[in-house]
Design a protein. Structure first.
Length: 67
């Protein structure tokens, strides 16, 4: 008899999760998206790392390392 109660509870929980819609703060989302566009600081940091580690990939062009 316990299985029926357990299945009903699981079904109720699944239904609650399916139809749950939390409140969305659209103004916070807008601020977050607008902030990432205006800043190229992350791009500059990526370029610096790419330049720093670019020499590590030169062995891929070396025929001695061909597989």
């Amino acid at each position: 008899m316990g299985r029926g109660r357990q299945k009903a509870k699981a079904t109720k929980q699944a239904r609650d999760m399916k139809y749950f819609s939390p409140a969305t703060d659209l103004s916070a989302l807008e601020r977050e998206l607008a902030g990432s566009r205006g800043s190229s600081r992350d791009d500059d940091q990526y370029i610096a790392y790419a330049d720093k580690y670019a020499d590590d990939t030169e062995e891929d062009d070396d025929p001695r390392y061909a597989g």
